[in-house]
Design a protein around this ligand. Structure first.
Ligand code: FAD
Length: 385
């Protein structure tokens, strides 16, 4: 049988993981990336147990555990440092059977890239359209049109996916979630917990990355499009009086290390992730707010599932139908849960509502809290067909 070809639009974490999953199943894969250089913007990332399991299925579990930091204990706190709920990392690992990791995004991206055969990734190539019937992909590279024929096309082109806009024209564009976020990965030698702290309309999270590095992020409820001349000064102004180690982390951060993004999500869930030979994946399919730390984890689940259903001899429409059935309900439920977590956590502003939530969290038995945290991360890759 002739070698079958897959084209992936977008070389983010989702696109690279999908390319690898398909390559491992015998597909010849080309990844078309708009950016002139392969890169991943955005400090650190938390990979929950589901994503680590997904990377295990791609034979990258050992490598990602070597790159990341596991075993960080933490939980939920109030802005003044009071613990609302504690999570013991060893206990969480025991419940889920595998660990969660804090990883630098650049290291994760490099690991995925380097696992692909040479020549797979074409940078500077913007995808503009795909024909769901023939699998023809149209793009532009160095001012020249590019046309590729594929048996399977993966739209992993992120939040503002060109393929989603072309092939799902009735879907509303991503909606502003109501929050803006800052983040940085910095050198910091003191131990920090993997924790999230909530203040009125705001949150601050810390994730140890290992090797003396810490990833912090901060979010507030705000109008979209805000920018400060000095974003670090803005974060210090808003969070510099929070509990330890927040002031020390901000003091150890350089202005050029801080990245700011307004948070957008697909507020209207897609009715289908598949059209003909084209499947959407990652943020292109289900961009969610980061309040559960699951966006990239879900992209990795998508990628591993696609590889599992798309064996080298399967009928592509049937495989993609299975992909849609396996992925859409779960990823959309997690997107809804992320929005709910934002409403109960960072977005809550009324003092009475905050006091009631905090009291409820403090009264919740630790085993129940642990099960709640573990729920979304409890996923196993499907058996390859
Ligand atoms: C503040 C913040 C914190 C987060 N924290 C976490 C976390 O801790 N854990 C977690 O799991 N998730 C987290 N997320 C979510 C996570 O970052 C995303 O869900 C994930 O990166 C999506 O990956 P992706 O590959 O689908 O899309 P992207 O990373 O957006 O990649 C898309 C790629 O496609 C390229 N592209 C776009 N258009 C085209 C085109 N037309 N042609 C060719 N290429 C194109 C882009 O250049 C890009 O390289 C966070 C998000 C934010 C904003």
């Amino acid at each position: 049988m002739a070698e079958r070809r897959a084209v992936v639009a977008g070389a983010g974490i989702g696109g690279l993981a999908a390319a690898l999953a398909l390559h491992r199943r015998g597909w010849r894969v080309t990844v078309l990336e708009r950016a002139p250089e392969p890169r991943e913007v955005g400090a650190g990332i938390t990979l929950m147990a589901n994503a680590v399991r997904g990377l295990d299925a791609l034979d990258l579990g050992g490598e990602v555990r070597r790159l990341g930091r596991d075993g960080a204990t933490g939980g939920l706190r109030s802005w003044d440092g009071r613990w609302l709920s504690r999570v013991d990392a060893a206990e969480l690992e025991r419940v889920l059977g595998t660990t969660a990791l804090g990883v630098h995004r650049a290291a994760l991206h490099r690991m995925l890239r380097e696992a692909l055969p040479a020549g797979t990734l074409w940078t500077g190539c913007e995808v503009r359209d795909a024909d769901p019937t023939s699998g023809t992909v149209l793009g532009h590279r160095d001012g020249e049109p590019v046309e590729l024929r594929a048996d399977l096309v993966v739209g992993a082109d992120g939040l503002r996916s060109a393929l989603r806009t072309r092939l799902w024209p009735d879907t509303p564009p991503p909606a502003y979630s109501g929050s803006t976020a800052w983040r940085a990965a910095i050198r910091f030698d003191e131990p920090v917990p993997a924790a999230v702290s909530w203040g009125p309309g705001s949150e601050f999270g810390t994730v140890p990355l290992g090797d003396g590095q810490v990833y912090w992020y901060a979010a507030i409820t705000a109008r979209p499009g805000g920018h400060a001349a000095d974003e670090l000064a803005e974060v210090r102004e808003r969070f510099g009086h929070w509990h330890d180690p927040v002031p020390a982390l901000l003091a150890a951060t350089r202005p050029d290390e801080v990245l700011r993004n307004d948070l957008y999500h697909l507020a209207t869930p897609l009715p289908h992730y598949v059209r003909g030979r084209v499947a959407l994946l990652g943020d292109a399919a289900h961009a969610m707010t980061p309040h559960l730390g699951q966006g990239a984890c879900q992209a990795i689940e998508d990628a591993v599932t696609l590889g599992a259903v798309a064996g080298p001899t399967v009928d592509v429409p049937a495989a993609l139908d299975a992909y849609d059935r396996l992925r859409r309900p779960r990823s959309q439920a997690i997107a809804r849960a992320a929005a709910r977590t934002a409403r109960l956590g960072q977005e809550l502003r009324h003092p009475v509502a905050i006091a009631a939530r905090n009291a409820m969290l403090r009264l919740t038995p630790s085993r129940t809290a642990l099960r709640g945290m573990a729920r979304h991360a409890d996923w196993h890759p499907p058996r390859p067909t």
